[in-house]
Design a protein around this ligand. Structure first.
Ligand SMILES: Nc1nc2c(ncn2[C@@H]2O[C@H](COP(=O)(O)OP(=O)(O)OP(=O)(O)O)[C@@H](O)[C@H]2O)c(=O)[nH]1
Ligand SMILES: [Mg+2]
Length: 423
């Protein structure tokens, strides 16, 4: 079928922070040079760029893994590690990015040319020079850089337009787009001529109005029957719908029935039924259209929806239609922007908050800062372990464990690692 892809999953990872260096200054004739290990470099970020020249997510079918560069390790002579290079992922305008595991909205790339940081690189670890104190002149440890996680992301392209053209296949949606804008979508006398959304711009009273022509909808589309379902997401981000019917009933269907069944489809897909509509009765040049128009007018009156008769073939009725649309748009809210949702991170400054839970055998120390603390410890290094122990004492963890009943040698679990309790 078509190469139109509007929903994909990818994985992305920001760069790890580089490790700090535990180096000592060495020079001829100079004994016991001080610690001179540089800091690790920051890992590269993963950025998003809304590219006007991209129209589908097809590229992501061929490449689905995106990794920014890791930061370099710190070096002797106080030299810092290299900053990892950022990685920019180009997406079409209108792409909404979610965390695939939680559904959290991470970015809505709805403005052409905008760049945004999606995933931040890890911090570089401190070199040992930071740990030189008057009593500890030769610290043999440095901090490792922060490691970043691989994230699974869902990308979804939701076309952005002021007006969406909806209706059964073959009613003349693409014909209308080509009459009122300079867009030249394919027009054909068969169903599903249009397989990917087409955009066109019409200028009215100094404002540019963007129209989206989407593939035809069929009954059951909202439940996933046929092609229609996937395409409804492209009218979610429109402000007004032009509901097109074939007023002549040239294919043997009743346009009044068409109107109702498409409206049912829209109601079943999110709150598309709530979107303001204009009913466009097309093919008024054909016999039988006038009769049907009367019936549709009667129906529409009950719904409070305006009706406009047009003929794309004869280029008739469009001035009135577009004037009415432009007036309606003046009072309608702007296109929906998906608000990014904050990642539920532990609050800043509360790193040392924790609690001790005893399950009868093990004392668990739980708290947001614990895992991060563990990440900074090099367990092969005595200095590093001592620093870890001192931090636990400073944060009050040792006291809390003692209060909870932990005695010498009790099993303590912190961030999934088990230790023997030593006072
Ligand atoms: N007589 C007449 N024919 C029309 C009119 N508008 C469109 N048509 C014809 O109807 C057929 C379908 O037109 P399209 O514009 O491709 O219809 P569509 O709604 O975009 O169809 P899909 O993309 O398949 O959903 C074509 O053969 C057009 O030439 C009209 O006003 N009068
Ligand atoms: Mg079409």
């Amino acid at each position: 079928m078509s190469n139109f892809v509007d929903r994909v999953r990818i994985t992305a990872k920001a760069g790890n922070g580089g490790n700090g260096s535990a180096s000592f200054h060495r020079e001829k004739y100079v004994q016991n040079g001080g610690p001179d290990g540089g800091d690790g470099g920051r890992g590269g970020d993963v950025l998003l760029y809304a590219d006007e020249n991209m129209h589908t997510l097809l590229d992501f079918r061929f490449r689905s893994k995106y990794t920014a560069e890791n930061g370099g390790d710190g070096m002797s002579g106080l030299r810092s590690g290299k900053r990892g290079e950022d990685l920019t992922v180009k997406v079409p305008v209108g792409t909404v990015v979610r965390d695939a595991e939680t559904g959290r909205i991470m970015a809505d790339m709805d403005r052409a040319g905008e760049t945004r940081v999606l995933l931040r690189g890890g911090r570089g670890g401190w070199g040992n020079r930071h740990f030189a104190t008057p009593v500890r002149q030769a610290p043999n440890f440095a901090k490792p850089g922060t490691k970043t996680e691989i994230r699974t992301l869902q990308l979804e392209l939701k076309t952005i337009a002021d007006i969406g053209l909806v209706g059964y296949p073959n009613v003349g949606k693409s014909s209308i787009l080509s009459v009122v804008t300079s867009a030249r979508p394919k027009v054909g006398n068969y169903h599903f001529t249009t397989l990917t959304p087409n955009l066109g711009i019409v200028r009215r009273y100094g404002q540019d109005i963007v129209l989206a022509d989407i593939p035809g909808l069929i009954e059951g589309a909202a439940e996933g029957a046929g092609l229609g379902h996937d395409f409804l997401r492209h009218v979610e981000r429109t402000r007004l719908l032009m509901h097109v019917v074939d007023a002549s009933g040239s294919e043997g269907r009743d346009p009044a029935e068409d109107l109702e069944s498409i409206n049912t489809e829209l109601e079943n897909y999110g709150d598309l039924g709530q979107k303001p509509q204009i009913i466009v009765c097309n093919k008024m040049d054909l016999p039988g259209a006038e009769e049907n128009l009367k019936r549709i007018r009667a129906l529409a009156e009950g719904m409070g929806t305006p009706v406009f008769p047009v003929s794309a073939a004869a280029h008739q009725g469009f001035d009135e239609l577009l004037d009415a649309a432009a007036k309606m748009l003046e009072d309608l809210p702007p296109v929906l922007h998906y608000q990014e949702e904050e990642e539920p991170l532990p609050e800043r400054g509360k790193e040392d908050e924790f609690r001790v839970v005893f399950d009868g055998a093990t004392y668990f120390v739980e708290g947001a800062g614990m895992e991060r603390l563990l990440e900074s410890v090099n367990f092969d290094d005595l200095d590093s372990l001592n620093w870890f122990h001192r931090t636990l004492r400073r944060w009050g963890v040792i006291d809390a464990l003692r209060e909870a009943g932990a005695g010498e040698g009790a099993t303590v679990s912190i961030g999934g690692m088990e230790f023997d309790f030593v006072e």
